[in-house]
Design a protein around this ligand. Structure first.
Ligand code: UDP
Length: 327
């Protein structure tokens, strides 16, 4: 297939790009590299370094079979202080992308959605029929895009799949997390293990969970990438299929930290701080629909996610953990 990966220089997009390439697909990446990294795009893949609003220029006359869309602003805190940036980039940007897809008759779209569309459901596991009530601007913009895609599929014959990620972790094919602003638990904890930051702050240990720390559903980025390739063939003209990607098993913050200590053989220095605004106590996915419709099931464990993220972080820093400053 000839595929355009929009946002292919970012964490998940760059892993999916490499998987597509390894499976013999023809891949072009579009990324403005505002948060992604040009060197995350593998050799042999053309990078169109431009804004998402220029998607039509890249699609024109090229006969693409599918667009995979990862480009978005994705920091929950920033989305609250700068909603304009999030509505413009995520929603207006995707509107331009959808118009380009229609104009150039690309039959298939796979969109990177998120569990943040659901907000804080009282019932877990979360299915795709759980009411979507986002509690932050980021989740609201992603839900708005999902709604636009539903309308687009109804109006045109677009075949679209939105994949709602829960907590993605790990590294694969030599690509991993390299966020300039890192907010996620596992990379921050690994930085603390490596001495690249003083300590991990646990955001509250008084939650209504067995050990008092919040529970999340972690998925290996390699499993996640596989779901995108499956979605390309599962997509059906005129239908917008929405699938959760999680493994149905939750781990608390303390359980994740214990896994990190086990895998690295090193202690994670921690402090206990206040709760982070907007954090739900427990988010766990039902991935039954992904199993039924995509034939997908996660295969890799939390320990594997940590091991791969650790190896990726060490390879990038290029020195023994704990001996050097931030790269
Ligand atoms: N977390 C934490 N300290 C940190 C980062 C995260 O205690 O420095 C907790 C956070 O409260 C949540 C879990 O780790 O319960 C996962 O957070 P992350 O930001 O990785 O993903 P989210 O679930 O917010 O998308």
């Amino acid at each position: 297939m000839k595929t355009l990966v929009v946002g292919g220089a970012g964490y998940i997009g760059s892993v999916v790009t490499r998987l597509l390439l390894s499976e013999g697909h023809d891949v072009v990446v579009l990324d403005d590299c505002s948060t992604g990294h040009a060197d995350a795009v593998p050799d042999g893949v053309e990078l169109a370094e431009t804004d998402i609003t220029n998607t039509a220029d890249v699609l024109a006359g090229q006969g693409f079979d599918a667009v995979l869309h990862f480009a978005a602003k994705s920091l929950v805190g920033e989305s609250g202080t700068n909603p304009s940036l999030y509505w413009r980039t995520n929603v207006s940007g995707t509107r331009a992308l959808l118009d380009a897809v229609t104009e150039h008759e690309v039959p298939t779209l796979v969109f990177s959605s998120t569990a943040a569309t659901y907000g804080e459901p009282e019932v877990v596991p979360i299915t795709e029929d759980t009411p979507a009530r986002p509690t932050n601007t980021y989740g609201a913009t992603k839900l708005a895009v999902d709604m636009m895609i539903t309308n687009e599929c109804a109006a045109t014959d677009l075949a679209a799949v939105s994949l709602r990620y829960f907590n993605v972790a790990g590294a694969a094919f030599g690509a991993g997390e390299r966020h300039r602003t890192e907010t996620h638990l596992i990379p921050i904890a690994l930085d603390a293990v490596a001495g690249r930051r003083d300590a991990l702050s646990i955001y509250g240990d008084d939650w209504p969970t067995p050990d008092g720390t919040p529970i999340r559903d972690y998925v290996h980025v390699a499993d996640l990438a596989r779901a995108h390739v499956l979605a390309l063939t599962a997509a059906t003209p005129g239908e917008h299929l929405i699938c959760n990607l999680g493994n149905g098993n939750g781990f608390s913050v303390r359980e994740v930290l214990a896994t990190i200590e086990h895998v690295t053989g090193l202690p994670v220095p921690v402090t206990v701080g206040p709760r982070r605004a907007g954090d739900p106590a427990r988010l766990v996915a039902s991935a039954e629909r992904a199993a039924e419709r995509l034939g997908w099931a996660p295969e890799l464990t939390l320990a594997q996610m940590v091991a791969d993220a650790w190896e990726f972080a060490r390879a990038r820093v290029g020195r023994t953990p704990g001996t050097g400053p931030t790269s």
